[in-house]
Write a new protein. Structure first.
Lengths: 401, 401
């Protein structure tokens, strides 16, 4: 296991005790075969260098995120109007994240710290006060969920990808003790239209809002006189950190499932030395429910999601090695995206946890799903939930303001 | 009046008929002495060139928007933590808007159109459908209010300000027939803490969110194949356009008062040739209520708001000439901002229309205020409303997520 932690981290007092305890609480089983993940093996990076993934169609797929190369077609949800919104939703995210010298902020590299902060750290009365404070700021900056956990070397990328075609070392310092994990919910109605280019608008706007939230929070922390590195999909694996930070549990589709939004959210992470109290991992029966449910596996057109139980089985180099969990076949998944010419989130739509929890009976359903009557909850979901695709043509005329 | 419109606009069929009709509906009285407003005379621009406004203190005031020059002090609402949040709230807005070659997007210049749109305009079934469509997208992109009016040359700036110290021509084409006006509400609790640096966080985050909304909407319109220029405080006077677009009425404090948020919002404008149906101006008794109310005038520490009725009286070169309305003394207002080392919005806080209209009795109050029992509404507000300053130290511990 020596390759899974830096010397620095291993020297920290009680790091291995911490690992044992946090793994017990999360239920994440890390084997001796564990290897840190190299971002180069992420399927989106492989699309740039691996001939097994990269091809002309992939290039067209990415170019389609800019008009006029969107290749709209007549099918519902794939018209010019749908692509117009999807691409516009990404627009501000694309503007904010710097992309030069092989960097792609928020996806490969952490966000640049643009403005200087305060020279002296603000003295909070207690770590508890600091924690309440950052929760307040997170909500103000647009986060829907927030959790805090300890820095854990295992989930940091073992090298990040330079868009010019090589791996480079991760440049987030290893001495930042805390990770703030944020969640931004995605529009429920839009997600209901998947598969559609229109549904990709929820993804794009999710990233845009995430950029705003993370950059604002990180600048706030620096303004207090602490260090803060804002990251989105870059730098570290989000799901295990989110689980450790008490945001939810990992599901069969390998996405985080939260009590508030199911899997309908995006994750951000801030690495910091602001003094903070860690949250406890939260179990609410997802593991046991996913064990008996296979909606996502059945609903996935390219069959990228496994019907089997959690294991350390891997499909290809894009999987994390040596962790017992549900894994998906990212190659099949991404190929489907490229073929339909937009990102897919059918597994999010069809997941029984995808509900509006502002309504009491959905909260009640979640309680049932989390207990020993989970089969009844699954049966109920089968009978009562309309989790079918909503036509994009129905989304557009719905009134808002 | 020849100096108030371009030749192009005057040549448009029925432009003068339109003006007569819209002024009748809005109640805005434009006199023969009317002159278009040159942005150079805006007090924020004068702070850059006019010795009567610019000085060392003004420079310090602006530098304070970046740590560590914030000059925090011990008073409630002005601590390092308060400035840390205020400055962080502005951070993404500062990143998004390009500032080079004398440009200051969103404040002096319109936002750059970064990505190409579609080459051919999308064919809507009707202008009505296009209008419903952009309303949907506005809500999706984060707008709280939207209204549409015709382009009106009178409210366009007669030259905009180049931060290098000179006036330059406005570069928004005069042949775009429609203006979309958006409103973004500001955090009610934060506004309640004014005067405070903390309250400035609502301003900063308002601008940040506004940038995201306007850039997303404008890119969407371009992606449909139409032209769109996204503007914030730049390019044109927002209040008369918002009134013409049916968002609300102008109040004694010279801000827009809306039925949904009172004056607690920020305005954006998009100039476009997307085919759209215009909204009708909306009167709900603000003019008559402000006639008998002077809360903002009494509440303004530097007495920048008039106790008198609407007139074409001007205080200094920062006022618009030749329009009968409530005007404020921008020099006194801005001087107060500089002296207290943050922006002020006491007039927004103390305005009786500053209420939470999700609550039925506040909607009822607004109905009364808009009718002949308005004096009773004012009396009620006096007796029942706690519109006092909330301590910043009380805002921080309030739970959100």
């Amino acid at each position: 296991m020596s390759n899974s932690v830096t010397e620095k981290q291993a020297k920290r007092p009680n790091y291995f005790d911490y690992r044992r305890e946090i793994d017990r609480l999360t239920g994440i089983e890390v084997l001796d075969t564990f290897e840190k993940f190299s971002q180069r093996d992420d399927v989106f990076c492989r699309a740039l260098w691996d001939e097994g993934v990269a091809n002309k169609k992939v290039k067209d797929f990415y170019q389609g995120y800019y008009m006029p190369k969107a290749k709209a077609r007549k099918a519902d949800g794939f018209s010019q109007r749908d692509y117009a919104l999807r691409n516009a939703a990404w627009h501000v995210c694309n503007l904010i994240r710097e992309q030069k010298d092989g960097r792609k902020e928020g996806f490969h590299d952490h966000f640049t710290s643009h403005d200087d902060g305060a020279p002296e750290p603000y003295a909070f009365q207690s770590d508890h006060q600091a924690t309440e404070d950052i929760r307040k700021v997170a909500a103000f900056a647009g986060a829907d969920l927030i959790g805090i956990c300890a820095y854990d070397e295992r989930w940091m990328y073992d090298g990040i990808y330079d868009t010019r075609g090589k791996s480079k070392p991760l440049d987030i310092p290893g001495d930042l003790p805390n990770v703030i994990v944020t969640g931004e919910s995605m529009d429920k109605d839009l997600t209901a239209t998947v598969p559609s280019a229109l549904a990709g608008s929820a993804t794009g706007m999710g990233y845009t809002n995430d950029c705003v939230t993370l950059l604002t929070m990180a600048q706030y922390i620096r303004n207090l006189g602490y260090r803060a590195y804002a990251t989105m999909n870059d730098s570290a694996l989000a799901v295990p950190l989110a689980v450790q930070a008490g945001l939810g549990e990992g599901g069969r589709h390998s996405l985080l499932i939260t009590p508030e939004f199911g899997a309908r959210l995006r994750l951000g992470k801030i690495f910091t030395d602001m003094p903070l109290v860690h949250d406890k991992p939260k179990k609410f029966g997802v593991k046991e429910f996913c064990d008996i449910c296979n909606r996502c596996a059945k609903g996935c057109p390219p069959k990228a999601i496994s019907f089997e139980g959690p294991s350390d089985k891997i499909f290809n180099r894009s999987n994390l090695k040596g962790v017992v969990k549900w894994s998906t076949d990212a190659e099949k998944c991404f190929k489907f995206w490229v073929n339909q010419n937009t990102d897919c989130s059918i597994c999010i739509r069809v997941c029984p946890y995808n509900r509006d929890y502002s309504v009491w009976y959905n909260r009640l359903w979640q309680k049932i799903a989390g207990g020993r009557f989970r089969k009844f909850a699954l049966w109920l979901d089968d009978r009562l939930s309309q989790r079918k695709r909503m036509k994009s043509a129905e989304w557009w005329p719905k009134k808002n303001i």
